[in-house]
Ligand binder design. Sequence first.
Ligand code: GLU
Length: 465
Amino acid sequence: MSDLRVRFAPSPTGYLHIGGARTALFNYLLARKEQGTYVLRIEDTDVERSTQESVDAILDAMNWLGLSCDEGPFYQSDRFDLYRQKVQQLLDNGLAYRCYCSAAELDARREKALKEGRKPKYDGSCRQRADQPDAPYVVRFKLPDPDGEISFADRIKGVITVRNEELDDLIIQRTDGTPTYNFVVVIDDAEMGINLVVRGDDHINNTPRQIHLYRALGYDVPEFAHVPMILGDDKKRLSKRHGATSVMAYQEQGYLPEAMINYLVRLGWSHGDEEIFSMDELIAKFSIAAVGRSAGVFNPDKLLWLNAHYIKSGDPVRLAELLVPFLQQRGIDPASGPDLVSVVKGLQERSVTLVQMAEGATFYYAENLEFDEKTRNKFLVEDNRNLFRELMTAFDACNDYDAASLERTLNAVMEKLGLKFGKLAQPLRAALTGGAPSPGIYELLEVLGKDRVIARIQSALKQLN
Ligand code: GLU
């Protein structure tokens, strides 16, 4: 075990976004690689915007991706007492103060500053205030050393320096008594012993303020690694315009978690020109040093390509399990038809998603096979009556019904009717599939099984034009 402690700290104000999932993955991989600890913390201090539904959605997505945490999930909403104590600690030490400025006053000052070409920031009016009027107030952190600066060496972005005069006295407690993000994130990361904070670079501007808070609260400052954001192919920030941004939307579209993991990791990290990584390989190979400084570009085609790869090479037994809900969505009960694992084996080569695989599996389970127009007109014709009758009789007499006997059976029918293989196989395939894409005729016959084959030929006979 190393002493590396990392965390993922989502705010439950919506589904788990692609970017969030990547942050979680990077943290998870680092912890696994170094045998450190991966903590999950739900940042639900914003009571108005946090919902249980989002918490569940985030946990489901983490579960689907297989990113199980070593500690947690912790909920900030369980920790308000601690935060209140820390506010008090800063007040007692003279490092924070009550600010009674109203929203209207702040707006007016802000406008004035903008008009005068100054950077609008809190002017510190309440810093020296000695009275405590009976009025709503926020608590602000007293930014130290206005002439100084703050520097940190980001593990991805390099050294970042910000002059303190760029910052202002941060609100750490709102008028309703709830603490704010920048304050609680520091307390939690410190109290949970986090020594490397890996997160999206949308938080990089918060980091200098947070470092001031670490110091004021007497905590050690962790290391930081800010991961570049994810862009769409038009180089704009990834949004719904570029496709689904919710991780679970991809599950619903029939993507495999290993494809998603493999895809996410490459959004910003690389290892030579390798593209395919199993989780174990990632744990061995991942490093922050190989995370690039520039934004990753979201490429849905690549995700699809990876998904096709993992479907093609996947274990059919597992794929069959994953396929069940997709079949059920189509009203199919897989127990009612041929062995699902055998069906899956015939579809792996040709399916890029589980949705597509379920579509491809549908004809196997159809009670009343639907024929497409072309197939019906071409094959359900009087000319084939004799062929279908002969096939039915022949299959009926075929007791072993294995690969060898099926081949003998078809050969005998071909010989008897003087037909070439194509003239027999095409109508037969049509009768068995309704025209849906399918594997080779022998595989099809075996997977469907004798009874189903005979029933389908019989049904085709009834529908001849
Ligand atoms: N809760 C914050 C968010 O979801 C992340 C905080 C952090 O990683 O420091 O954006």
